[in-house]
Ligand binder design. Structure first.
Ligand SMILES: O=C(CO)[C@@H](O)[C@H](O)COP(=O)(O)O
Ligand SMILES: [Fe+2]
Length: 223
């Protein structure tokens, strides 16, 4: 994977033209596709499931699909998304009865595994599973909706997560999700993130390439 990864969240795409939207954003320079799964139980919203992931694969999408599970319980969805062609599957530790088992299920299915931390969820869930995660995802908004404002306290939490990852010696990506735009992406990268989810900042504009290029320009000043 690239040093910095830009992952547009299709939550803000036009669902009536989803295949075309995904093609267009990849053509515009996105690295992977962020796929938000909400169940109206763990979070107060309802979105898309494994059938849509499978349909994108059938449509011809070959880029990595980064599935962010906001569902409870999680394990049944893990199997379904492995089967549907997910590349990365992340879940919220509070939503799993057995975090270690859920992580193992993801890797055994051939996908990369990750844990997602809400703004108020402590990072201590990572302590005993560092060897089983490929991705740590910090939410910079409360999960459930696109278009919210970045919570500034996430920057300190990113620094804390970066230190834990570096000290572990494992190859783990640090992703941030919520309120990311070309205006704050450099500051977020300086705090330690290497993977950036952006929904409304990209799909809310007509020229996806211009936004992604602007993000890359900002990131080039960081490393
Ligand atoms: O997981 C979520 C929201 O729960 C996100 O992936 C959002 O879709 C990000 O949207 P923006 O804040 O970038 O508009
Ligand atoms: Fe997300």
């Amino acid at each position: 994977m690239n040093d910095f990864i830009i992952a547009p969240s299709i939550l803000s795409a036009d669902f009536a033209r989803l295949g075309e939207e995904v093609d267009n954003v990849l053509e515009a320079g996105a690295d992977i596709i962020h796929f938000d799964v909400m169940d109206n139980h763990y979070v107060p919203n309802l979105t898309i499931g494994p059938m849509v992931c499978k349909a994108l694969r059938k449509h011809g999408v070959t880029a990595d699909i980064d599935v962010h599970l906001m569902v409870k319980p999680v394990d049944r969805m893990i199997g379904d998304f492995i089967e549907a062609g997910a590349s990365i599957i992340t879940f919220h530790p509070e939503a799993s009865e057995h975090i270690d088992r859920s992580l193992q299920m993801i890797r055994e299915g051939g996908c990369k595994a990750g844990l997602v931390f809400n703004p108020a969820t402590p990072l201590h869930y990572l302590k005993h599973v560092m060897d089983k995660v490929d991705m740590v995802l910090l939410m910079s908004v409360n999960p459930g909706f696109g278009g919210q404002s970045f919570i500034p306290g996430t920057l300190d939490k990113l620094r804390e997560a970066r230190a834990l990852i570096d000290a572990s010696g494992y190859d783990i990506r640090l992703e941030v999700d919520g309120g990311v735009s070309e205006k704050n992406i450099a500051e977020i990268a300086r705090a330690g993130a290497d993977t950036f989810v952006a929904g409304s900042a990209i799909f809310g504009k007509t020229d996806y390439k211009a936004v992604i290029d602007a993000m890359r320009k900002e990131l080039s000043s960081v490393r």
